[in-house]
Design a protein around this ligand. Sequence first.
Ligand SMILES: NC(=O)C1=CN([C@@H]2O[C@H](COP(=O)(O)OP(=O)(O)OC[C@H]3O[C@@H](n4cnc5c(N)ncnc54)[C@H](O)[C@@H]3O)[C@@H](O)[C@H]2O)C=CC1
Ligand SMILES: CC(C)CC(=O)C(=O)O
Ligand SMILES: [Mg+2]
Length: 358
Amino acid sequence: MTSRILVMPGDGVGPEICREAVRVLDVLAADHGLDIELDEALVGGAAIDVEGDPLPESSLAAAREADAVLFGAIGGPAWDNLERAKRPESGLLRLRSELGLFANLRPAILYPQLAHASALKPDVVSGLDIMIVRELTGGIYFGKPAGTGRTEAGLREAWNTMRYDEAEIERIGRTAFEIARARGHRLCSVDKANVLDVSQLWRDVMNELAGEYDDVELTHMYVDNAAMQLVRAPKQFDTVVTTNLFGDILSDAAAMLTGSIGMLPSASMDANGKGLYEPVHGSAPDIAGQGLANPLAVILSVAMMLRYTLDRGDLADKVEAAVGYALDRGLRTRDIMDDETQIASTQEMGGAIVDMLR
Ligand SMILES: NC(=O)C1=CN([C@@H]2O[C@H](COP(=O)(O)OP(=O)(O)OC[C@H]3O[C@@H](n4cnc5c(N)ncnc54)[C@H](O)[C@@H]3O)[C@@H](O)[C@H]2O)C=CC1
Ligand SMILES: CC(C)CC(=O)C(=O)O
Ligand SMILES: [Mg+2]
C-alpha cells in the first residue's frame, strides 16, 4: 500500500536539509521499491508570511491525513518579535499536540568516524548509544496557567506552569520501559523530585510501572546531575526518560557527544505508530542559505521513519549504512570537519548518501 508522506520544510535551514532528505526518499522509491507519495505543506514562519498562521488549517489537515510527516525546522529572527502564541514555535507545539505526538525519541549515537568531533575524549565517548525518551505534549510547554502581566506594584511578571497528570506520565513511562526492554534493559528517569511536586508524581508513577517490567533496571537521577553525568561519563546511560523541558535541554547537550547537533535525528510518535520525523536542531538562521547545514540529522530521521512508521527496517539499515560510508570517504559538513577532511556542502553530503543508495 502506498504511504503518504507530508514534507514540512519550514524556515532557515529547514528547506535546504529537507531537499536532501527528499532526494533520499526519491532514490529509495526509484531503486528499492519504497511505495510512497510525497506532498508538501507550509509551517512556521513560511506559513505566517503566506497565511498569517504558523500552522494553517490546510497544513494541519494534510498532516492528519499523512501516514508520516517529515519536518525541517521553524523559527528565526524575522518572527521573533511576534507575541508568543503567534510565533513559528507555537505552530510546532500545536502540531505536536494536535497529532498526539507524546513520545519523542532522540537517539544520540556516535559514529566512530566522528570520534574526533565529539566534545569528549574518545575513551569516554566511543561506542556511545543513548536513547532519550522525551515527553512531548505536556509539561511546562503546555501547562496552564501561563501568561504575562503587571502587578499592582507596577512590576512586570510572567508565568508558566509545569503540570503532568498520572495518565500522561504512565503513557510515556510505558513507552520508555518498552524501549529499554528492547535495548540494554536499563532505564534512567530524570526529574527534579527534590524540589518539584510534579517530579515527585513523575517518580512515583515510574516506580509503580517498574513492577511490571522486572527485566528493566529503573534508576532515578536529578536533572542537574544528569546534565553533569552526560558530560562526565555518558556511557553509563542506556535509555533515559524525562519531561518535555528537561528532554529538550539534555538532548541538545547529548548532541555534542556525537560531534554536532547536525547529527541528531528524532521521531515523535503517537499512540498508533504514526510519527513526525525531524532533526533535533532548529532553523540555524546563522548558517541558513549558505550550504553549510549538515543534512545527516534529517536523513537519519528518514531512517527512523522507515523503521517506525513505514515498516522498512531493511531500508533504514541501508540509509544508516550509507551515512557511515559517506563519513568513511571523509565527507564532512563544516560542523563535523577536522584537519584531515574536506568540507562538503549540504548538497554534496546529501548527494553522497543518494549515490551510496543507488
Ligand atoms: N524543532 C524546531 O524547529 C526548532 C526550532 N528552533 C528555532 O530555531 C531558531 C534558532 O534557534 P537556535 O537556538 O539558534 O538553535 P539551532 O539548533 O537552530 O542552532 C544552534 C546552533 O547549531 C547550529 N546548527 C543547527 N543545526 C545545524 C545543522 N544541521 N548543521 C550545522 N550546524 C547546525 C547553528 O548554526 C547554531 O550555531 C529559533 O527561532 C528557535 O526557536 C530551535 C530548536 C528546535
Ligand atoms: C522550538 C521548540 C518548539 C522546541 C525545541 O527546541 C525542540 O523540540 O527541540
Ligand atoms: Mg530543542
